[in-house]
Design a protein around this ligand. Structure first.
Ligand SMILES: C[S@@+](CC[C@H](N)C(=O)[O-])C[C@H]1O[C@@H](n2cnc3c(N)ncnc32)[C@H](O)[C@@H]1O
Length: 213
């Protein structure tokens, strides 16, 4: 299993935004939408062994977690508007402490970084930062990982402290600061290479996306 957490500091926590303005009124929701796509899509297929957790910290009702589970996902296409629409539907639900399913494979609940870190106790926490240990040096040892990335503003000092206290290791995908979605593609690529070398197949389902992409 690969779990990927993206922290959206400005991302709206109600469904009251326009799909035509994901970067603006939705609080840089476009970044999170691209991360959903990069996490889950293959060419003509979907990564069924990946879950994506969007930690939404923007107005008007923080904090919420929208989770996409590759295993059960339906109705998702690779474009930003498609993931934006599923996030919006999730945010239109009355979120509580427990998960509520909004559409197949998409859940929403109240929760912050602490909530997520508690959920991931016992897993390998890997916090993505430009000056971390090169993922290439440790890719073979990575088992059952949870990757944590920031948005365009990165990760705050307080969040970083929580991550390190929870035992996260800091890893890098290269020396240059990249967009979060590009980092996710590189993470997958490193792990895919290791799995291919070991003769393990990708748990993907061909033909899932309804668009030719
Ligand atoms: C656009 S970057 C954030 C840049 C922001 N200006 C900062 O100073 O943190 C978004 C996120 O991608 C991840 N990231 C970007 N480049 C990376 C790299 N080369 N290695 C590891 N993580 C990276 C980090 O998690 C970062 O928080």
């Amino acid at each position: 299993m690969r779990d990927i957490v993206i922290i959206g500091h400005k991302a709206m926590t109600s469904g009251d935004f326009s799909l035509n303005d994901l970067p603006g009124s939705a609080g840089r929701m476009d970044i999170l939408c691209r991360c959903v796509s990069a996490s889950l899509f293959l060419s003509f297929g979907m990564r069924r062994d990946v879950n994506v957790h969007l930690l939404l910290l923007g107005e008007p009702d923080p904090a919420k977690i929208v989770r996409f589970e590759g295993m059960y996902l339906r109705y998702l296409n690779p474009d930003e508007r498609s993931s934006g629409s599923l996030i919006q539907k999730a945010l239109q639900k009355e979120a509580g402490e427990k998960d509520i399913r909004s559409t197949p494979g998409v859940w929403v609940r109240r929760g912050d970084l602490k909530t997520l870190l508690k959920q991931f106790e016992g897993r390998t926490l890997l916090y993505l930062r430009e000056d971390g240990k090169d993922i290439r040096e440790i890719a073979r040892e990575i088992k059952d990982p949870v990757f944590i990335l920031g948005d365009h503003t990165g990760v705050t000092e307080e969040e970083e402290k929580e991550l390190l206290e929870a035992g996260a290791e800091i890893i890098s995908v290269g020396p240059i600061s990249l967009h979060s979605n590009h980092c996710i593609t590189l993470i997958h690529n490193e792990l895919d290479r290791v799995e291919a070398e070991a003769g393990e197949g990708l748990e993907a389902e061909a033909g899932t996306p309804s668009v030719e992409d």
